[in-house]
Design a protein around this ligand. Structure first.
Ligand code: NAD
Length: 284
C-alpha cells in the first residue's frame, strides 16, 4: 500500500512558496500577510490558530492573530473584519470557526472581502468556485487534489465517492473531483447503505466526522482512500481519522494516514491561497 504522505507533499509545496514570497517581498517591500481572527477561548481553535501563524512564519509570510473576547457583539466583529478588509497591508483574512453561539457565521461569511478570503469559504468565494472561476479554492479539498497530483494518481475516469457534504469539505471536494473528470457520488448521513457505494468506488474521500467509520471491508481491493477526518486533536489525545487505517495494508492501493495525511495539506493550501491573493491584489 502506498502511504500518501501529506507531510512530505506539504514540505515540497512550502519550499516552492519561499521564492515566490521572496519575490513578492522584493517588489512590495513587505511579506504577504494573513490576518487570523479568533473569538473566545476554545482550546482546539487556539492550537489551530497558533499552528497557522507558525506555518506562515516558516515560509517567510507575516501572520497576525486578532484575538477577540468571547462576548464581542456581531457589530463589533463585523467592524473588525471591515477594518481588515480595508487594510492595504493585509492580503488574507481567516476567521476561525466555530464562533460562540451568539454570533452568526452566516454574517461573517458575508463580510470578509472575497479578494482577501484565504479559506475560500465566504459565499462569494464559493459562488466563484462552484461556477468554475475560483479566486481561491477551499483549503482541505484543494489539499487533497494536491496530494493526488503529487503521487500522479490520475483521477479522470475513476468512480469516486465522497462521504460528507459540508460546504468546507464534502461539496467542494465533489466539485474538484468532477472537474478532474471523475464520476462522483456524494454520500451523506441520510445515504441508504453507505458501504454499497464505498465498496464499488475506485477513490473514496471520507469526511463524515465519525471516528473510525470505515475499514478494510468497506473498500474494494486496490481502492484509493483519502481520510479527511480528524478526531482528538486536543492536548494529550490520540489523533484518529474517519478510517481504520491499520486495516488497510495489503488491501487498498493507496491511503492517507491520520495524522500526517490531509491535515498538513489544509494549512499548506492556506499558505498557497494567501500567497496567491497577495500576488493578485498587488499585481505581484
Ligand atoms: P460536518 O460535520 O460539517 O459534515 C459531516 C458530513 O458527513 C455531513 O454532510 C454528514 O451528512 C456526513 N455524515 C455524518 N455521518 C455520516 C455517516 N455515518 N455516513 C455518511 N455520511 C455521514 O464536518 P466537516 O466540517 O465536513 O468535517 C468532516 C471531518 O473532517 C471532521 O472530522 C473534521 O474534523 C475533519 N476536517 C479535517 C480537516 C483537515 O484539515 N484534515 C479540515 C476540515 C475538517
Amino acid at each position: 500500500m502506498l502511504i500518501l504522505d501529506g507531510k512530505e507533499v506539504s514540505k515540497q509545496i512550502r519550499a516552492s512558496l519561499v521564492p515566490r514570497i521572496e519575490s513578492f517581498k522584493s517588489k512590495n517591500g513587505r511579506a504577504p500577510h494573513l490576518a487570523v481572527v479568533i473569538v473566545g477561548e476554545d482550546p482546539a481553535s487556539q492550537i489551530y490558530v497558533r499552528n497557522k501563524k507558525k506555518a506562515c512564519e516558516s515560509v517567510g509570510m507575516t501572520s497576525t492573530i486578532h484575538a477577540l473576547r468571547a462576548d464581542i457583539t456581531q457589530n463589533e466583529l463585523t467592524e473588525m473584519i471591515e477594518t481588515l478588509n480595508n487594510d492595504e497591508g493585509v492580503d488574507g483574512i481567516l476567521v476561525q470557526f466555530p464562533l460562540p453561539k451568539h454570533l452568526s457565521s452566516h454574517e461573517v461569511l458575508q463580510t470578509v472581502s472575497p479578494d482577501k478570503d484565504a479559506d475560500g469559504l465566504t459565499y462569494k468565494s464559493l459562488g466563484y468556485f462552484f461556477a468554475g472561476k475560483p479566486l481561491v479554492s477551499p483549503c482541505t479539498p484543494k489539499g487533497v487534489m494536491s496530494i493526488l497530483a503529487h503521487y500522479k494518481i490520475k483521477v479522470e475516469g475513476l468512480n469516486a465517492v465522497v462521504v460528507g457534504r459540508s460546504n468546507i469539505v464534502g461539496k467542494p471536494m465533489a466539485t474538484l473531483l468532477s472537474e478532474a473528470n471523475a464520476t462522483v457520488t456524494l454520500c451523506h448521513s441520510k445515504t441508504k447503505d453507505l458501504v454499497e457505494f464505498t465498496r464499488k468506488a475506485d477513490l473514496v474521500v471520507v469526511a463524515a466526522g465519525k471516528v473510525h467509520l470505515l475499514g478494510k471491508d468497506d473498500f474494494k481491493k486496490d481502492a484509493i482512500v483519502i481520510d479527511v477526518g480528524i478526531h482528538g486533536s486536543g492536548q494529550g489525545q490520540k489523533v484518529q481519522g474517519d478510517v481504520r487505517f491499520s486495516e488497510l495494508q495489503g488491501w487498498v492501493k493507496a491511503a492517507t494516514p491520520v495524522p500526517g495525511g490531509v491535515g498538513p495539506m489544509t494549512i499548506t493550501t492556506l499558505l498557497e491561497n494567501t500567497c496567491l491573493l497577495a500576488e493578485n491584489r498587488t499585481g505581484r
